[in-house]
Write a protein that binds this ligand. Structure first.
Ligand SMILES: *Cc1c(COP(=O)(O)O)cnc(C)c1O
Ligand SMILES: [Zn+2]
Length: 424
């Protein structure tokens, strides 16, 4: 492939298929359908194969023919290729045979999967000539826009609900970005951002640059397929906020089949939400594709608390089309999920990861995911960012004086407890 060849041809309306130029636009003018990146798949099939991809650096950009920029990436060149970990102890705990964690808690540079979408959105923003970039965020997107914009020398504004977790707020402020806390829920933040985008001509990664932003999520799906040895898991469990990540992992799997990198094979994508804000899973459970907004989300899972999910309808279509299911879980179950992932797989995830684990458990226990089929859990953000969610639920350190005698008394007590535990 020549350095600057692009396989990304147009934006295309998901509803009527109308084609649009590759600009900072996101809605069809005829039917208000969302615009999505379209590619020349026949050309891509001629240019890439497993060998070509394997020869490239281990970042999300090894799949660049299927990502919507024209030149080389200029923001977030090192993002992606996070570990896919086989988690046998967690598998045994959940009662399944073959379980993997796609661990985006260690994505570079801001420890969530949002670094993928921002890498694409800001690379495209630079191609389109934007000097100011911005976003509406539930926390992780703000962190990633702030960090990547700082590194790229772009001015950034991030708008968030004012009541987010401390670490997510500090994790934006530190980069010198303009952090605007809005007294209101995410939907109100998002609405304000649409007004600002129209008036000021800024590049909002998840408003006017959304078609580019959203495609970045596909890289998580491409990596899962490659890291599994060029095959798909039978089941992928994905947390849903707007529903975009789920639809894009689905799209990634289909595209790999379409360009001949994978053989035709069956798979299911399953969606996970917190019960305090579960408009997509509620609709899917009722076999409806009408997503009823949740005006006042109420859950510790702030990263997924989007009451009016932009891609809810399409997420439902993806689940239905692949035979997948949706689940939701209580905040208590979220905490249990975070602890299970930590205690059985050694991975500390934020609240969204707790949702994924807890909902996977329900899908397994209800038989929607058979115990003998392969499963990937998408773990999308790091636990250090949402520490308040588990404070008081993981115990406290035991405090002693710097004395060997006191330590030995403590150990002797532990041994006695262990001993009695073994006998019972
Ligand atoms: C943004 C986010 C998601 C999913 O978001 P979508 O809007 O559904 O693409 C999942 N997990 C975490 C931690 C997130 O920050
Ligand atoms: Zn249209």
């Amino acid at each position: 492939m020549s350095e600057h060849q692009t396989f990304f041809s147009n934006l295309k309306c998901r509803e009527c298929g109308s084609l649009y130029p590759k600009e900072a636009i996101h809605i069809c003018e005829f039917d208000f359908g969302p615009l999505e990146a379209a590619y020349d798949y026949d050309l891509i099939a001629k240019h890439i194969n497993r060998k070509v991809i394997e020869s490239r650096p281990q970042t999300m950009w090894r799949y660049r023919e299927l990502l919507p920029i024209d030149g080389n990436p200029t923001v977030g060149e090192q993002v992606g290729y996070t570990p896919l970990v086989r988690a046998d102890r967690l598998a045994k705990h959940l009662g399944v045979d073959e379980l993997y964690i796609k661990n985006d808690t260690v994505n570079y540079p801001t420890l969530s999967f949002k670094d993928r979408v921002v890498s694409v959105a800001l690379s495209r923003a630079k191609e389109l000539g934007f000097k100011v970039v911005a976003c509406a965020s539930t926390g992780n997107l703000a962190n990633s826009v702030a960090a990547n914009a700082a590194a790229a020398g772009l001015t950034s504004y991030v708008l968030i609900p004012a009541n987010l977790e401390k670490s997510k707020i500090v994790g934006s402020l530190v980069y010198g970005t303009q952090v605007i806390g809005i007294e209101g829920a995410y939907d109100q933040v998002n609405r304000l951002c649409s007004e600002i985008a129209g008036k000021y001509g800024w590049g909002f990664v998840n408003v006017n640059l959304r078609p580019y932003y959203a495609e970045g999520s596909k890289s998580m799906g491409f990596e899962i397929a490659e890291q599994l040895g060029w095959k798909l898991p039978k089941h992928t469990v994905i947390p849903m906020a707007s529903g975009s990540l789920l639809t894009k992992i689905h799209k990634a799997y289909k595209e790999f089949i379409r360009v001949g990198i994978l053989d035709e094979q069956s798979f299911s994508v399953h969606g996970a939400q917190a019960s305090g804000c579960s408009p997509i899973s509620e609709a899917h459970k009722k076999h409806s594709d009408i997503v009823k907004p949740v005006p006042n989300p109420n859950t510790i899972v702030k990263s997924l608390a989007i009451g009016t999910p932009a891609d809810g309808y399409y997420a439902i279509r993806s689940m239905t089309e692949t035979g997948g299911s949706a689940e939701d879980c209580s905040d208590e179950e979220v905490i249990r999920g975070i602890r299970d992932l930590a205690e059985y797989a050694g991975i500390f995830s934020e609240t969204a990861g707790g949702v994924t684990v807890a909902c996977a458990r329900k899908l397994i226990d209800t038989g929607k995911i058979p115990r003998n089929e392969s499963i990937v859990l998408c773990i999308t953000g790091h636990g250090l960012k949402t520490q308040e969610a588990i404070h008081g639920h993981v115990g406290e350190p035991r405090i002693i004086n710097p004395s060997l005698r006191e330590f030995e008394a403590l150990i002797a007590n532990d041994a006695a407890v262990l001993e009695s535990g073994h006998k019972s």
